[in-house]
Design a protein. Structure first.
Length: 108
């Protein structure tokens, strides 16, 4: 995981999302999830390339179940894009880089 991606917890989630100056893409994932591991390098690339327009963060659903429950994350990976502190877009499942960028295009 690159330094461009931050890890959020129950304690840091709300403050980080509320204080973000732009859109934040949150990856809800778990250590045991194969598709989550598959998209991790894609998210690293996007974080490096789009870091000035988009913040990427991760929430481990095993470590922070309350956050996952609050946003009704039923399957992982689930990516939720927060804009102005509110969930604006949800992408469920592993996607390729071009497909993911297309899904996020209105925000970046």
């Amino acid at each position: 995981m690159s330094g461009a991606i931050s890890t959020l917890s129950e304690a840091t989630f709300d403050e980080t999302i509320a204080s973000a100056s732009g859109p934040v893409l949150v990856d809800f994932w778990a250590e045991w999830c194969g598709p989550c591991k598959a998209i991790a390098p894609i998210l690293d690339e996007i974080a490096s390339e789009q870091g000035d327009k988009l913040t990427i963060a991760k929430v481990n659903v095993d470590d922070s179940p309350g956050v996952a429950q609050r946003y009704e994350v039923m399957s992982i990976p689930t990516l939720i894009l927060f804009n102005d502190g509110q969930p604006a877009k949800r992408v469920v499942g592993a996607k390729g880089k071009s497909q993911l960028l297309e899904e996020l295009s209105e925000f970046i």
